[in-house]
Design a protein around this ligand. Structure first.
Ligand code: COA
Length: 226
């Protein structure tokens, strides 16, 4: 009988450095992940960091809407959308074995664009210990070194000093500044978003050695030829 990672190679991917490991989200991770979100994600002193305030939805286990039901649909849709042209890797971030956050890596028309977009968050209790910088360095390294991306783009809401600092420390440089709409508790408001981009020329690698498993199988699965 084939293993789960032979059937769906993203499940066999592991990107690690020091005591941090990134692996594609599995259903078994959901209880710990839901608990983490319920304990809080964003720093209330900073602007709301996301397009939609999914992390502020009241916990309603098994309910028709809200958290975690709508987030589940989103996380599972990422897995279903994993094909050569467009793919999502929802990477669960563990530090010392505990789930601390999530790091997304997303590509559209990848064979042509060779560009990935990243987004990330950590549970509030795990902020400010260098984990945000390390997880993004690992994600960018995965994209540039293993998945043969040419550039990685990201964005942060103006005033999100933590995300801006992480971007700078990973080697992103500022791109365009755009006006976007954020949704929070049924209200839509406008905000400035700063786009950022990193390439091999500016990328700052993790200080610790990086350990990667399963990248060749993921390249084959996504049709990335060398
Ligand atoms: C953004 C985020 C991932 C950063 O992770 P983190 O582990 O807290 O960041 P780090 O500890 O790696 O810190 C990186 C830098 O940010 C700075 N920083 C962290 N919080 C800060 C704050 N509130 N104000 C100013 N700078 C801050 C740190 O000082 C550090 O810079 P330094 O090393 O030069 O001192 C985390 O804060 C988070 O999950 N926030 C909520 C979601 C979010 O904003 N996601 C990103 C946008 S989609």
């Amino acid at each position: 009988m084939p293993s789960l990672s032979e059937i769906f190679p993203p499940f066999g991917l592991s990107v690690a450095a020091g005591s941090m490991e990134l692996r594609v989200l599995r259903d078994d991770d959901l209880p710990e992940l839901v608990d983490l979100v319920a304990a809080g994600v964003a720093d209330p002193a900073l602007p709301m960091p996301f397009r939609a305030a999914w992390h502020e939805e009241p916990l309603d286990l098994g309910g028709p809407r809200g958290f975690p039901t709508e987030s589940l649909r989103w996380w599972w849709s990422q897995r279903a959308a994993c094909a050569s042209d467009e793919w999502w890797l929802a990477l669960v971030v563990r530090a010392e074995g505990r789930i601390v956050g999530l790091q997304d890596v997303h590509a559209v028309d990848f064979p042509l664009t060779r560009t990935v977009e990243t987004g990330s968050w950590l549970g509030r209790e795990h902020h400010g210990r260098g984990l945000g910088t390390l997880m993004r360095r690992l994600a960018v390294g995965l994209a540039l070194d293993e998945l043969d991306a040419e550039c990685c783009v990201s964005a942060y809401i103006e005033g999100n000093a933590a995300s801006a600092a992480v971007s700078r420390k990973v080697g992103y440089v500022d791109g365009e500044r755009v006006r976007i709409v954020q949704r929070r508790r049924g209200e839509r408001t406008a905000a400035w978003e700063q786009r950022v981009v990193v390439t091999r020329d500016t990328y700052v690698r993790p200080e610790e050695p990086v350990r990667i498993e399963g990248a060749a199988a993921v390249r084959r699965f996504l049709g990335i030829e060398r």
